[in-house]
Design a binder for this molecule. Structure first.
Ligand SMILES: Cc1cc2nc3c(=O)[nH]c(=O)nc-3n(C[C@H](O)[C@H](O)[C@H](O)COP(=O)(O)OP(=O)(O)OC[C@H]3O[C@@H](n4cnc5c(N)ncnc54)[C@H](O)[C@@H]3O)c2cc1C
Ligand code: SF4
Length: 538
């Protein structure tokens, strides 16, 4: 195998975690190599085709995994520069303050994090700046305190969504504007980068106006001459020195050949499932059960959120183009009738008939798919998935991924759906009265792939951090307890999943770990970004 140069830092994976960390470390002048198994998302008209994206799965990996029974699984995940943020809906939420502590759910216990909300707060503020979040503080009844305003005003509701917002507010709920990472300037539509289109959630942005990890972090990091990106570079294994305490070699498959690289610090950020698989694949004599896995937790506690896409049909049409602007958190921690956390209600991008035709939802009597698409409000409901050790990533004898999962905390989700249903039924429309709402219809989440387990968009938890090396693989700085130069900064480190979308927390944590690494690498404050108000390096 050819021997390549030594780097100060190697980052494996360029998504929310790895991409953001690269941005943070780039100005330090340290030699940084980003290894990304995918390529850039091709810029083509199909970026914005619901047929190509939702029905044909054009950008999904063609890799095949297995479930615990050996059934084939086609994961709904994407390998590109920028990772899954190229496809995300850019709803960028902070976890609630209480999510960092221990929370009792109807279905069990959500464990505490080894750090508090206040430890992450400055980095949430920075991440909101880096990812250009548009939002309005003070509207969301459960939102945690923040040291600064959102950098941009909230994305406005279109008429139908504003109408719904007013109706829900009349019922006593507190709907609010979703914090969104889209580069939209509503005061100046002629020059606004984002054109507010209907193919955002789940689609890459053809015109580069989505605040994703490539546009906001990887591209700016590459403007520094000390940062190198290698695409189509899949890391196969990590090898340690004889003591087992340091990663000595990173083994990469690129252009059909194996290459090896080394670095003082190695950051794994392949997404929670692939990162766990990489550590398990890297077992050696010193780490017989997988790298950094003396605790046995690597691969365990897989969480993916309990999510439903629920179409609410009404007699009133819904001509909304950009639908994902409204959310409801009134039931997040429970209500008077059911005092347990239920979760979060928001929207997916507007569903069209093409998307629905592949999903084959139950068709309402007297409706066609076209009519349903024209009249539906398409909600996205999220309840917390609790960390169960038997929900886990393992490898089969060929080294392929096996994902074992049994859903939990399901009553919380049923209660949340019931709250949405009763709220919509209670709305009295001026034109159609209480008859306006026609009912809820669930849509299979992953069209053409009827295996719910394939929905790994919110994967997290497989390499948890914690204070106790017996029950966690990483310490509070996301450094492996057993391997001094190994860090993990993707969603693997989550000890619990909360019920809000994960990306902003991954980004904020990557910035936090970045500051720890700058200090470890001996970088001074002057070597960090001055464009944004960076928290002081502790
Ligand atoms: C359709 C969709 C919509 C979403 N909407 C939202 C939303 O609105 N809000 C939100 O907060 N979250 C959303 N998410 C989830 C969000 O995108 C993820 O939580 C986030 O991207 C995870 O970040 P990560 O760093 O853990 O992994 P990723 O972003 O997945 O990055 C992992 C990277 O590692 C690379 N990689 C994997 N294995 C290897 C290897 N062996 N060698 C080299 N490279 C490797 C991958 O190619 C990828 O680039 C959505 C996800 C999807 C799919
Ligand atoms: S133009 Fe705006 S709404 Fe459309 S995909 Fe790009 S960021 Fe999303």
């Amino acid at each position: 195998m050819p021997t390549r140069d030594h780097y100060d830092v190697i980052i494996i994976g360029s998504g929310a975690g790895g991409g953001t960390l690269a941005w943070r470390l780039a100005p330090s002048g340290k030699r940084i190599l980003i290894l990304e198994r995918g390529d850039y998302v091709p810029r083509e008209k199909a970026n914005w085709s619901t047929l190509a994206v939702n029905v044909e799965g054009r950008y999904n990996t063609k890799e095949s995994w297995r479930d615990s029974k050996g059934n084939e699984l086609h994961p709904h995940t994407n390998y590109y520069v920028g990772g899954n943020t190229k496809f995300y809906g850019a709803a960028l939420f902070r976890m609630r303050e209480a999510d960092f502590g221990e929370l009792r759910h109807h279905g069990g216990l959500s464990p505490a994090w080894p750090i508090s909300y206040d430890d992450v707060e400055p980095y949430y503020t920075l991440a909101e700046q880096v990812y250009q979040v548009h939002g309005e503080r003070g509207e969301d009844p459960t939102e945690p305190h923040a040291s600064g305003p959102y950098p941009f005003p909230a994305v406005s509701h279109e008429a139908r969504i504003q109408h719904l917002s007013d109706d829900l507010a009349r019922l006593g709920l507190r709907p609010f504007h979703v914090p969104l990472g889209v580069m939209l300037d509503e005061t100046n539509p002629r020059t606004s980068k984002c054109i507010r289109c209907e193919t955002c959630d789940g689609h890459p942005c053809l015109i580069g106006a989505k605040a994703d990890a490539q546009t906001c972090c990887v591209d700016p990091a590459l403007a520094h001459p000390n940062v190198t990106l290698m695409t189509n570079a899949k890391v196969e294994r990590l090898e340690t020195d004889a003591s087992g305490c340091m990663i000595e070699r990173v083994i990469v498959r690129r252009n059909g050949a194996m290459e090896r690289y080394s670095a003082d610090i190695v950051i794994v950020s392949c997404g929670a499932i692939n990162s766990a698989a990489l550590l398990l694949r890297s077992a050696n004599d010193r780490h017989p059960h997988g790298l950094a896995n003396r605790s046995g937790v690597v691969g365990r506690h897989y969480m993916g959120h309990t999510n439903s896409v629920v179409m609410a049909l009404s007699k009133c049409p819904n001509p909304t183009i950009f639908q994902k602007t409204l959310a409801v958190n009134d039931f997040y921690f429970g209500d008077d009738e059911w005092p347990h956390p239920m979760g979060h209600i928001s929207f997916v991008g507007k569903l069209d008939a093409v998307t629905l035709s592949a999903g084959a939802p139950k068709i309402a009597p007297g409706w066609t798919l076209e009519l349903m698409a024209k009249h539906s409000l398409d909600f996205w409901l999220t309840s917390e998935d609790l960390p169960a050790p038997e929900n886990r990533v393992t490898l089969d004898d060929k080294g392929n991924i096996v994902l074992s999962y049994t859903p939990n905390n399901e009553e919380a989700h049923r209660q949340l759906i019931a709250r949405l249903k009763s709220s919509l039924k209670a709305i009295k429309c001026i034109e159609h009265g209480h008859e306006c709402h026609q009912g809820l219809f669930s849509r299979p989440l992953f069209i053409g792939q009827r295996i719910p387990l394939a929905g790994v968009a919110h994967q997290c938890g497989t390499i948890r951090f914690g204070a106790d090396p017996r029950t966690s693989a990483l310490d509070a700085n996301c450094r492996a307890h057993e391997v001094d130069n190994l860090y993990v900064v993707d969603a693997s480190f989550f000890p619990s999943s909360s019920a809000v979308n994960p990306a902003l927390t991954i980004m904020a944590n990557a910035l936090r770990v970045g500051d720890h690494l700058l200090q470890r690498l001996g970088a001074t404050k002057e070597m960090t970004h001055d464009r944004l108000a960076a928290p002081a390096i502790a």
